[in-house]
Design a protein around this ligand. Structure first.
Ligand SMILES: Nc1ncnc2c1ncn2[C@@H]1O[C@H](COP(=O)(O)OP(=O)(O)OP(=O)(O)O)[C@@H](O)[C@H]1O
Length: 305
């Protein structure tokens, strides 16, 4: 495996407000890593540090083995970055903008047209070259943001909330694109949405109050850990724990519970028993990995909705 990014003991404060503390992580080629955390957890700061837009107070970042602080230009040649708001120029057309970005990336003149065509093709923008950026939909702007980030074929791609604000169809298309791009590179994407990260990432790091509190691979084969249940208003923990199939339950929010089932019981039986008890079942979600548990314990129910 080829390590594209290595972050060692990264810490950063704004004034006397610590935002990141002792962050350590690495990324291999072919991997999509999700940086998950609630608003204000430090995700954007972490990405800005990794992309060289901010200089850390402490710690070291290496891209393709190149120290970012010591050799910023060399290191950044391997990096593509999509910030939270794509840095687009609305008065330009798509081709004009990509040509401008290609020059910023210092692509040789003879390679510019090929690079633009390739980036447009990968991002589904083949027919959009003549369109004004101000007239593009949010999804197409996001694609263009990614196209500018991959023009110079970077090995490492950093995407800050790439599907934020997209409709489900656009979201799906963009997830497909991210998986496709990961074949040749490594990708770090930040999100505050658990399902988003589960849909596209191989590995998840949870950042909470500037510290990594979870770092593990996602794997659909892992056994179901427990169930998250949302009931209608007026439910009680007592009524739930009275159900014969439940061996344990805790309240994790208003009318929301985490339950463990008796061995050999399945979700259909749980749903049936909930309804037989006169409770209204609104949601039943498996907690398949430690990730869900860590996420909801640390970050709270509302963030994961
Ligand atoms: N330039 C800055 N100056 C001062 N404080 C900042 C600056 N940028 C971020 N912060 C603070 O650092 C903390 C982490 O912010 P950051 O944007 O990294 O979090 P985040 O996890 O990306 O949040 P979100 O999901 O809302 O984008 C917040 O308390 C924020 O107010």
């Amino acid at each position: 495996m080829q390590t594209l990014l290595r972050v060692t003991n990264l810490s950063h404060s704004f004034g006397n407000h610590p935002v990141l503390s002792e962050v350590n992580l690495s990324l291999e080629r072919g991997e999509v890593l999700g940086l998950l955390g609630p608003n204000g957890a430090g995700k954007t700061t972490c990405l800005r540090l990794m992309s060289g837009l901010l200089t850390p107070n402490y710690g070291q970042i290496e891209i393709q083995g190149i120290n970012l602080a010591k050799h910023p230009l060399r290191a950044k040649r391997h990096l593509g970055y999509l910030p939270e708001r794509p840095p687009l120029l609305p008065e330009l057309r798509v081709d004009e903008y990509l040509r401008f970005c290609a020059r910023l990336h210092r692509l040789p003149r003879r390679r510019i047209t090929i690079a633009i065509d390739d980036a447009k093709q990968r991002c589904g923008l083949e027919d959009s070259g003549k369109r004004l950026i101000s007239a593009l939909s949010k999804g197409f702007r996001q694609r263009l943001g990614i196209a500018q980030a991959i023009l110079h074929q970077p090995r490492l791609l950093i995407l800050d909330e790439p599907t934020e604000g997209l409709d489900p169809v656009q979201m799906r298309a963009l997830r497909g694109l991210i998986r496709e791009l990961a074949r040749d590179s490594g990708i770090i994407l930040a999100s505050h949405l658990l399902p988003e990260v589960q849909a596209v990432c191989d590995r998840v790091v949870i950042l909470h109050q500037g510290r990594i509190c979870f770092n593990d691979y996602l794997n659909d084969d892992k056994p179901i850990y427990g169930w998250r249940v949302q009931l209608g208003t007026g439910s009680t923990l007592l009524k739930l724990t009275a159900l014969p199939c439940i061996t344990g339950a805790v309240a994790i929010g208003e009318d929301r519970y985490r339950v463990l089932l008796e061995d050999g019981t399945d979700s259909a039986q749980l749903a049936q028993q909930i309804m037989n008890a006169g409770l209204h079942l609104r949601e039943l979600i498996p907690e398949r990995t430690d990730l869900e548990r860590a996420f909801f314990d640390l970050i709270g129910v509302e963030e994961g909705r």
